[in-house]
Design a protein around this ligand. Structure first.
Ligand code: SF4
Length: 626
């Protein structure tokens, strides 16, 4: 086997062998192995000999950055294997096409189709496309989506078209989950790759997200604000019939939003939505949709001709209503506040993943991997992997344990709903201030939810915590907050980084304990009770899961916590101190931490003395392995 380094990390060789065997034997493999072990590289090593036998690989990642990283790792292998691997990563139109920035994916799809059919896109010159493709084929056997966008820009070619053509010939294609799991994208794009199913290996990276992803990809939501803007667009353009129905819907939803508890949510039905739209025998739902589609296409074409931005709220309404037509038994329609801001939206969302993966069964092999999948058998049932293969090979890395962590459980407070009030946030801020004053390195503060973070900010977090403070704002690019944090560290040797547990800095990014040796996790990222969760609970009970609360609340929360700790423990040598600031951790939740993690557990109301000791020590002992 080709391996780009002089030595393997413990466990990597086994992973490579198991992956290779799973493909040879046409099996599904579910694998849990430590964060930071080098799983991606190990899996690529296992796949490399198979690629030369004619197998092709679809690698599914959570984000574009993570999907690009797979190609970067494959480049290391190519140094050893004389360019044996040929691959690329893909990204969607909204983040690659110069004309579609700012659109949502569905609108981008519709807008692109309209531009193509009206011959309005300037990036489809065949000669430019051919020159761009030839250049990449001759010079770049492995190319990330970011590099494709840059090359396409140089040749004035459509980046999406370049990616699509390249993907037909490449053996490793890395992409985000929707390419394969969203049935519309799969039909429109994936099927054109001409891959023989029995030669295809699908790798699902960070697979602990799979249930959520399957739920999300079969979901669609539209905010009340978007509906109001769609109403404006339709009225201005004179689509009176469409506008008047929509006006009914908006005013009814508006009054429900002002009277109902939208944090918990209100369940709606398809027929109630039809009624709210004021549809009657004179116009059916399908007729309304057909008329709306024509109106949207007309509006998009007018904007394209005028050179205006192609963002269109009526298109978002159309996409939402169209999705209602594919409503399944395991879905819910509900009106609720979007999770981190009080903005009402209607959403249609899948509750379970029943049969969502069955389309994978013709493929040669499916490999699911993550640092946090246990209990593996339950995971397999929950995502319905038995619909792909009756028997699934399970692999769990247990020893030698990885990293050296001290985990302190601070029993003095909790962010549970009952205990949230201004004084709690003042207390949390004060504790963080003390920790900050007693450490002289990078400090991470990861907070249970955007609401808790908002409470802390309103209680004066920025004024109370001394020194440079970087709060992750979703509006910034992902590298910016981390770069600022690093810059402060290089200038002052200490700085505080604040983000949300389960947010974009809690998985898929390398932080490491060198940069952030101490992290405080404020609260438990337990999903809040909603009408959606209630429905899921009753469905899980029907499916035979005895403890649905574990599935819905404890396990997802502790996976997020483990992933967050995994940002600090990036290698077997990393050592970190983690304060779990919520007494609920001490009531059994801590038992859900991954078994590969080497840690010492300390319960206390006042973690300061341990933090001081840790902060000044060059060496420390985590004691026995747990
Ligand atoms: S054809 Fe390509 S460049 Fe043109 S709108 Fe579509 S994605 Fe953009």
């Amino acid at each position: 086997m080709f391996f780009p380094y002089s030595t393997w990390r413990k466990g990597q060789k086994k992973i490579a062998q198991e992956v290779c065997l799973a493909v040879i034997n046409s099996k599904c493999l579910v694998m849990e192995a430590p964060c930071g072990l080098g799983k991606t590289l190990a899996v690529l090593v296992g796949l490399t000999p198979l690629v030369s036998e004619g197998f092709r690989v679809i690698w599914l990642a959570r984000t574009h950055n993570e999907s690009d990283k797979v190609i970067e790792e494959a480049k290391l292998l190519n140094l050893q294997s004389q360019d044996l691997l040929r691959g690329l990563s893909l990204r969607g139109k909204t983040s690659s096409c110069p004309l579609l920035h700012g659109c949502d994916e569905d609108t981008a799809y519709l807008a692109c189709r309209t531009l193509r059919s009206e011959l309005l896109c300037p990036f489809l010159d065949q000669e430019n496309l051919d020159r761009c493709l030839q250049h990449i084929e001759e010079n770049l056997p492995l190319i990330s989506s970011q590099e494709v966008v840059e090359e396409a820009f140089k040749f004035k070619a459509c980046p999406h078209e370049v990616m699509r053509k390249l993907a037909i010939k490449r053996s490793i294609v890395s992409m985000t989950y929707p390419y394969l799991f969203n049935p519309h994208i799969r039909k429109a794009y994936f099927n054109s790759l001409r891959i023989r199913p029995e030669h295809l290996v699908v790798v699902i990276d960070e697979a602990h997200n799979l249930l959520n992803i399957l739920q999300e990809l079969n979901s669609k939501k539209v905010s009340l604000k978007t509906l109001c803007r769609a109403l404006e667009e339709l009225s201005i353009r004179g689509y009176e019939k469409l506008a008047s129905s929509l006006e009914n819907l908006v005013s009814e939803l508006d009054s429900m939003a002002s009277t109902g508890d939208l944090d918990f949510g209100v369940e709606l039905s398809f027929s109630s939505l039809e009624q709210l739209l004021g549809l009657s025998s004179s116009m059916s739902f399908t007729e309304y949709l057909e008329e709306l589609e024509l109106a949207v296409k007309e509006m998009l074409a007018i904007r394209a001709v005028k050179g205006l931005n192609l963002r269109c709220h009526a298109a978002s309404l159309y996409n939402f209503l169209r999705h209602l037509l594919s409503l399944r038994e395991n879905s819910i329609i509900w009106l609720h506040n979007e999770h981190h801001h009080a903005s009402p939206c209607i959403e249609v969302r899948s509750v379970t993943a029943i049969n969502a993966l069955s389309f994978l069964s013709p493929f040669r092999s499916v490999i699911c991997m993550s640092g946090t999948l246990a209990p593996l058998k339950k995971y397999v049932s929950l995502i319905g992997l038995q619909s792909v293969r009756e028997r699934v090979k399970l692999m769990r890395y247990l020893r030698p344990k990885v990293g050296r962590a001290i985990i302190i459980i601070d029993n003095s407070l909790s962010t549970s709903l009952r205990e949230r009030h201004k004084l709690l946030y003042v207390k949390i801020n004060y504790k963080i201030k003390l920790i900050r004053e007693n450490t002289h390195q990078g400090l991470g503060v990861f907070v249970a939810s955007h609401r808790v973070l908002q409470g802390m900010v309103e209680a004066g977090l920025e004024e109370v915590v001394p020194g440079p403070l970087v709060i992750d704002q979703a509006s910034e690019g992902i590298s910016n907050p981390l770069e600022r944090f690093k810059k402060y560290l290089s200038m002052n040797s200490y700085a505080t980084f604040v983000s949300v547990i389960g947010g974009r800095f809690s998985e898929g990014v390398d932080i490491s304990s060198k940069l952030m040796p101490i992290a405080v996790l404020v609260g438990v990222p337990m999903p809040e009770p909603t009408v959606f969760a209630e429905k899921a609970k009753s469905m899980y009970l029907k499916m035979g899961f005895e403890k649905p609360d574990e599935l819905l609340y404890k396990e997802p929360a502790m996976r997020k916590v483990s992933q967050t700790i995994g940002r600090l423990i990036r290698s077997p040598q990393d050592k970190a101190l983690v304060v779990l600031m919520d007494r609920r951790y001490g009531r059994g939740l801590v038992n859900y931490l991954p078994q590969w993690l080497n840690y010492r557990l300390i319960y206390t109301d006042n973690p300061l003395s341990i933090i001081r000791e840790f902060s000044s020590a060059t060496e420390f002992n985590v004691g026995g392995q747990h």
